[in-house]
Ligand binder design. Sequence first.
Ligand SMILES: [Zn+2]
Length: 265
Amino acid sequence: MRVAQLGSGTPEIAVVAGIHGDEPCGVRAIERLLADRPTVERPVKLVVVNEKALERRVRFVDEDLNRTFPGDPDATTHEGRLAHELVEELDGCLAFSMHSTQSHADPFAIVNAMNERTTELVPRLPVAAMVETGTFAEGRLFSEIQTLEVECGLQGTETAAQNADRLTRAFLTAVDALPGDTVTRELPVFRLTDVIRKQRADTYEVFVENFAEVEPGETFAAADGDEQVAAESFYPVLMSPNGYSDVFGYAAEKVDVLQSTTAAD
Ligand SMILES: [Zn+2]
């Protein structure tokens, strides 16, 4: 794990990259910050987490780090120990953690729950949606540390790296670490309601778009041609044919649209 800092003092905000080793976009954003060394108005911790997995360009070495929190210093797996180390490092910080996916090109935010902080911050980031995981957060970083996750785009793409850079700067501006203003956007909010499992097969297909409503009776995916039909309407989130080994993704409901507002004070 590589830890660096911008500014002096004890940071209450942290930018986190490389929870997954096959998602290099966030690492690029941190390296750019370290190269540019912008003057910050409050200290920021920078953490590149799973260096071993990043070197090997794999999601993880022993197990998925973002299903492993809180971890254990005596864990038998690399990620089990790393999870514990990261929780200690981020104690007292609001963490901004960058990921990328195989499912959706436009950046979106993932939070544990909607609260004052997330409804204030997330509409000020260049994201198309906010996803609330609710009970599906088990083992993820934000089960231990106040975390705002962002999906920066498609894994390994130049666009995802550029998005990571833009998102990081917007986040640091929104928390007053960097000077300037952010634009507040209208933002749809989705809450995960179900896991969409897939059976073992050779070929997987997904026929629907993430964040676009699937109607009852619509065929949304297939495993070796065996079609899965929606019993009721839902919004697909993190759906992709080959992103995960045992699930297509998640079903969600649309719970809110945060309106853009002008700060009154
Ligand atoms: Zn990830």
